[in-house]
Design a protein around this ligand. Sequence first.
Ligand code: UGA
Length: 432
Amino acid sequence: MGSCRVTVVGAGYVGLTSATCLARLGHRVVCVDNDTAKVASLCEGRVPFYEPDLDKLLREGLASERLRVTTALPEAVRDADLVLLCVPTPMGDDGGADLGAVRTVLAKMRTSLPSGCVVVTKSTVPVGTSHRIRELLRRPDVSVASNPEFLREGTAVRDFFSPDRIVIGVDDPHARDRLSELYEAIPAPRVWTDPVSAELTKYAANAMLALRVSYANVLAELCEKVGADIRDVIEAMGYDERIGPAFLRPGPGWGGSCLPKDAHELVRAAASVGVDAGMVREALAINDRQARRVVARTRRLATGSADGSLRGVRVGLLGLAFKAGTDDLRDSPALTVARLLGEDGADLTAYDPGVRAERADVVPAVVVDDPYRVAKGASVLVVLTEWPEFQHLDWGRLADLMVRPVVLDTRNHLPADDVRAAGLEWHGLGIG
Ligand code: UGA
């Protein structure tokens, strides 16, 4: 069992998952956030966003007293062996990551850090941030390390305990010892490297995932034109061990708080040193086109024509989150599709099992809490998120409620034969 004193700064997906999981491993953890309402909710054992198993781990950590949650930043780092920075680095106006939160945190805690402590960046930070942190800290007695996190929303806890690898960038043996101890109990390959390589790895991995999905989306378009079936093409490609089957499913585009931001940052960072990351730029352009492609297909299916007007046409959206298993709407392609359809005058109703009607502020559609209400009077249903429950809907009942019983399944997720047998026209992506 671990025995490090760890302070985690930031209680978002990465911070809260790290804090609760490290407490579970036996470390003594303080999690700090400047959002008082969030901290109050966490102290009562309630996680203010949806992530499987996290609330259970939080309550367990609080009960065992191995985990404490607070807003008191300088105080929380006074005894720390390690300080994990898990604050957001959103996309700034220039397309690069905004380091404002990191700077604020460093300014608040720099004089309170104990000698010998290790400051570790865990949220995705621009390449070279470790150097910047060292300059801002002006504390030669404090080590700086980079330990990018690769967890996915929806499976964050599982990914933390069973990662594919742990990447740690350090440049002194003391930091290396501390981080070895921190992750002692986790069985995964370690990649020990320098901080800059660790920082770059995170961007390199996310951009690679983005490239794959954009490639799949281009292949899907090609399949439609030549009369091929992307499902078979992907399956056949995936058996090649050099390629593998993951991240080749076509869809409405890749979204979320990470892939788009990181792809933009990689392009910007490369350009700043004279390297043209053209293929990543192209993946971004393909991603923009993909939402428009979904809108064009929706228009054709709802109106029967490529230039038919969507004004007043009712379109039902199934799914709003950027992927299933999360209530996260940040950079969701479903919202882009909804916005574009709304701009064309469509009358939009949406249902997502993870998104409540109160989120209507960010959703350009009427959000309802029942998938059958979405179908009522609709000329087409568009599946935008691959929620398992959509596979078990009563398609006969949905068909009866619609003006035109047509489904555009942008995730190729529904049991197409059952949907057709229930009397609906089923259309997928990449099926010519
Ligand atoms: C991503 C990475 O997968 C994590 O490894 C990383 O730690 C995380 O970003 C991060 O940087 O924090 P996440 O944002 O949770 O995780 O989402 P993904 O599961 O990667 O999905 C990204 C998008 O790609 C979603 O919109 C998803 O629907 C789409 N996607 C994924 C496809 O359209 N097709 C696929 O085959 C796979």
